[in-house]
Design a protein around this ligand. Structure first.
Ligand code: AP5
Length: 215
């Protein structure tokens, strides 16, 4: 099964995608995580992407599609993929369609996490993550046991550069203008699109997502 976790910044795509991947053995493909890894490794791709990410703008489609193509060619993708934060433009959705067709597979569903803007801003203001192991916390809703220290590996937690309120508001605008129209693309293509209320406890949202993918 291949499906997309769709929704605005802070809706919970990463949180839910990680749980689904762990529980049901999917490959989680997060273009945001891949870009941050490239940036941390100091690659040319990471350095090019940084200016777009820091400004809350989208990284060019050709860069994103190249990264996704490489991952989809790996054996790990055959178990099924949960796409997190991709596709974000209609051109990316078309590129994904071509890619899946070439691989002899298809997209099964788009699962949309709906959350109000003010809650998204609040969540992102409280988000901290561990640069060592990738664990994500929230100072308001899911704090680490000891402030600024990762429960899992003891790393020092950091706030993402693009989680400053002005950048978050820009990301929300970009989502509405460039990403939300992707839903109409899938509806027109006959791919099932399910809306899920994302403003509920993590486990409740997880149960509903699992139900939609028949688990
Ligand atoms: P990306 O990393 O994909 O960011 P995003 O889509 O903006 O989403 P976030 O990671 O901010 O939020 P999320 O929905 O995963 O929420 P999370 O689970 O962490 O992209 C970053 C940038 O990279 C983009 O702006 C762009 O520049 C570039 N980029 C990436 N992909 C691209 C693409 N395909 N094309 C072009 N450019 C691309 O949760 C947020 C917080 O809320 C956490 O603290 C969490 O603990 C908490 N939380 C989660 N669920 C709940 C809940 N149910 N209740 C309470 N708190 C919750």
């Amino acid at each position: 099964m291949n499906f997309i976790l769709f929704g605005p910044p802070g809706a919970g795509k990463g949180t839910q995608g990680a749980l689904l991947a762990e529980r049901f053995d999917f490959l989680r493909l997060s273009t945001g995580d891949m870009l941050r890894e490239a940036l941390a490794a100091g690659t040319q791709l990471g350095l090019e992407a940084r200016k777009f990410m820091a400004a809350g703008e989208l990284v060019p489609d050709t860069v994103i599609l190249g990264m996704v193509r490489d991952v989809m060619a790996s054996p790990a993708a055959r178990a099924g993929v949960v796409f997190d934060g991709f596709p974000r433009t209609t051109a990316q959705a078309e590129g994904l369609g071509d890619l899946l067709r070439d691989l002899g597979t298809k997209l099964d569903a788009v699962l949309v996490l709906d959350v109000e803007d003010e809650e998204l801003v609040r969540r992102l203001a409280g988000r901290v993550a561990c640069p060592n192991c990738g664990a994500v916390y929230n100072r308001f809703t899911d704090p680490p046991r000891s402030e600024d220290t990762c429960d899992r590996c003891g790393g020092t937690l950091v706030q993402r550069e693009d989680d400053r309120e002005d950048t978050v508001r820009r990301r929300l605008h970009v989502y509405r203008e460039q990403t939300a129209p992707v839903l109409a693309f899938y509806e027109a293509a006959g791919v099932p699109v399910h809306h899920i209320a994302g403003d509920r406890p993590v486990e409740e949202v997880q149960r509903e997502l699992a139900r939609h993918i028949g688990r």
